[in-house]
Design a protein around this ligand. Structure first.
Ligand code: HEC
Length: 162
């Protein structure tokens, strides 16, 4: 007996229709030279941090200056080339909820930072750090539906069994 199970990865497919333009908000870079803490870290946190953070699936973290600044040129090159963040849908082929495509302003921040020598800036300029899973602590409540049930959207479909 052979059973083929295909995972239906439903995490991405939310089409947003005519809603606002893609690319999301663009953190203001303000005046003066582009610095890590004020300009780069907010973009990294929003767009790279889920993978490029300690314990993430990417091979290095970008949420610390020490790890990010030696790679400033690489960050600029990979974002300019559209290689990072990974996002396969072709541009102009619909707006997707959760799109990882960077705005031109975000790409320009990486470029300007690398061109300016990748300065750290003042740590006090850093945005407040978002809570991580380990910051959340134990759940405040645990709910039990009382009986087993089938979720509306199965995450796996059996397409062949013999
Ligand atoms: C979905 C996860 C994910 C996100 C989001 C992501 N990365 Fe990556 N990144 C990876 C992985 C995985 C690798 C390692 C790829 C490999 O080794 O082939 C990588 C590699 C890189 C590299 C090294 C490329 C090279 O040629 O060696 C750079 C630079 C990079 N990422 C920058 C970024 C930046 C900047 C962002 C955010 C704007 C970002 N990444 C967002 C997963 C991610």
């Amino acid at each position: 007996m052979r059973v083929v199970v295909v995972a239906v990865v439903a995490a991405v497919a939310g089409l947003v229709g005519l809603a606002s333009g893609c690319g999301g908000g663009s953190p203001g870079s303000g005046s003066g030279s582009v610095t890590y803490y004020r300009d780069v870290l907010p973009v990294v946190t929003a767009r790279c941090g889920g993978c490029h953070e300690p314990g993430g699936l990417a091979p290095f973290s970008l949420v610390s200056y020490d790890e990010a600044h030696p790679r400033a040129g690489l960050l600029a090159a990979s974002t300019r080339a559209g290689e990072m963040p990974p996002w396969l849908p072709a541009e102009g082929c619909g707006d997707f909820e959760g799109s990882r495509r960077l705005s031109a302003a975000e790409i320009a921040i990486f470029e300007a930072w690398a061109d300016g020598g990748a300065p750290a800036g003042a740590p006090t300029d850093a945005p407040p750090s978002a809570p991580t899973a380990s910051d959340l602590g134990p759940p405040g409540a645990t709910l039990d539906p009382g009986a087993s049930y089938q979720a509306n959207r199965p995450r796996a479909t059996i397409i062949a069994a013999s």
